[in-house]
Design a protein around this ligand. Structure first.
Ligand code: B12
Length: 421
């Protein structure tokens, strides 16, 4: 008797069974059930698994062996067809009509298939993935008429093709080649085409052993640190530090936080991105304690690990001539007090996201503020202590506050409360 198909857990993050346990007949059937939430779909693609089922069936998950793939550099149109295209009014676009491409794929008549597997549930799931930025389409238009298209899911540097259609002969070929051309330019080497059919093979698809395919997927969907660093390199080469921080890094981190809170970015992505950015900011901070400018001590409140805003603040101050003494995340207040005694800084800035980190040390902060100019930054700046306690509250972003603190320092009576500041 055949072993029963594993039934997926309700938890969208629950692992899939390993691909090697998939059935031989039907080829690649791995599991059933679960849902088409974006988290589960992305988990599936990352492991080389995709959903495929007909109306009335439970959701079925597949990892066939062999697997059909296109090498993006090898998808070519014949010379004759390219010449015809140049003379035609057809235009290729990306992500301008995702829902229409999915709908056209769902209703395209296909030889040898009774009805399509792109059910309403599947259509809704992929349109949702598209709105979240993971699924993309390439469209071929003749004027306003859609004559071809392809759509799929992008993870890391891997594109998982889902379906394509031709409204006119050659429409899907042009869409596929448009997609492959763009991906090849970006150095994305493969497009998954799932299972073999004669049409795909005629267009140049190759058959790969499942193990080789899964190895390539694991490689291409891993976080790509060299690429992240090269993006930062080119940004650094073309922007000032304030622009880089204020217009790129801080908005990027805010967006990352937002996507993480909505469950769109994984914890792994959040950790990866924040550690790449932190490493790079600290690289820029090398030597920020040297010089003759006014000295400032920066520290995170005890227990507080979030220090990206504080580092950005330090870099913005450095650009304005300050000498930075950085005590880092989770700084014990005794250490802060000791540094103040030794270094006599013009200002000490403590940073915290959560007011929970500040409350237990409020009395110590009030005491410190009696003999040391003290400021509080980060989201917790608006709580727990008040300016009347002698603590300057930095409630704006790091760049704006670095400019304000510098202005106050130049005003002769630095950091005392002033009307309108
Ligand atoms: C990156 C990140 C991390 C990284 C931090 C890396 C690092 N070295 O900083 C890591 C993975 C370590 C981490 C860990 C944790 N994190 Co976290 N993390 C984030 C994330 C995604 C981004 C935070 C960030 O750096 N943003 C960039 C900064 C610059 O922007 P910002 O924080 O919005 O700050 C604005 C202002 O406050 C100001 N600002 C910030 N700092 C400073 C400093 C000064 C001096 C000035 C003037 C201004 C200023 O600038 C910004 C506006 O431009 C947020 C999500 C989010 N929505 O923010 C969660 C978030 C901050 N983390 C959170 C939590 C709960 C945690 C953890 C407890 C648990 C967990 N499950 O991971 C741990 C605990 C850490 C600890 N003990 O402190 C919560 C905090 C909730 C709260 N209010 O307490 C958040 C909001 C996520 C959430 N929605 O639940 N996290």
């Amino acid at each position: 008797m055949a072993a029963p198909i594993p039934w997926l857990d309700e938890d969208a993050d629950a692992p899939f069974p390993t691909a090697s346990t998939a059935m031989r007949d039907p080829d690649g059937l791995l599991a059933a059930g679960g849902d088409l939430s974006h988290r589960r779909l992305l988990n599936a693609y990352r492991r080389g698994i995709f959903p495929w089922f007909s109306e009335g069936q439970p959701i079925l998950w597949w990892s066939p062996d062999p697997r059909i793939v296109f090498r993006t550099s090898a998808v070519r149109l014949s010379r004759r067809f390219r010449r015809q295209l140049r003379e035609s009014p057809w235009r290729v676009r990306a992500d301008t009509a995702f829902d229409a491409v999915v709908m056209a794929c769902a209703s395209a008549p296909r030889r040898g298939q009774s009805g399509t597997w792109i059910t309403t549930e599947m259509r809704e799931a992929y349109c949702r993935l598209h709105r979240l930025g993971h699924a993309h389409s390439v469209e071929v238009f003749d004027g306003d008429t859609l004559v071809g298209g392809i759509y799929g899911v992008a993870v890391g540097r891997m594109f998982f093709g889902e379906s394509m259609f031709s409204g006119c002969p050659g429409g899907s070929k042009v869409a596929l080649s448009g997609l492959a051309h763009r991906l090849a330019e970006w150095k994305w080497p493969l497009i998954d085409a799932q299972v073999e059919n004669a049409h795909l093979v005629r267009m140049g698809a190759e058959s790969w052993p499942r193990d080789a395919f899964l190895e390539a997927v694991a490689d291409l969907t891993a976080f790509d640190e060299p690429r992240a660093q090269s993006v930062l390199d080119s940004l650094l080469a073309t922007s000032t530090l304030d622009t880089l921080l204020g217009s790129v890094v801080l908005p990027y981190l805010a967006d990352l936080g937002d996507r993480w809170a909505r469950g769109v970015a994984t914890v792994a992505e959040e950790h990866f991105a924040s550690s790449v950015v932190r490493g790079r900011l600290l690289g820029l901070a090398r030597g920020w304690g040297r010089g003759l400018g006014p000295r400032i001590v920066l520290a995170c409140a005890p227990g507080e690990q979030h220090d990206l805003g504080l580092i950005a603040f330090g870099l913005a101050l450095r650009g304005r001539g300050w000498r930075i003494v950085y005590l880092g995340p989770d700084a014990p207040l005794d250490t802060v007090e000791e540094s103040c005694r030794r270094l006599q800084p013009r200002l000490v800035v403590l940073s915290a996201v959560s007011a929970r980190r500040v409350r237990p040390v409020v009395d110590q902060l009030r005491e410190l503020a009696t003999h040391q100019r003290l400021a509080l930054g980060g989201a917790a700046a608006a709580s727990s202590v008040a300016e009347s306690d002698g603590v300057l509250l930095l409630t704006d972003g790091p760049i704006a506050e670095a400019a304000r603190v510098t202005r106050l320092a130049g005003d002769g009576a630095p950091f005392d409360r002033q009307p309108g500041t």
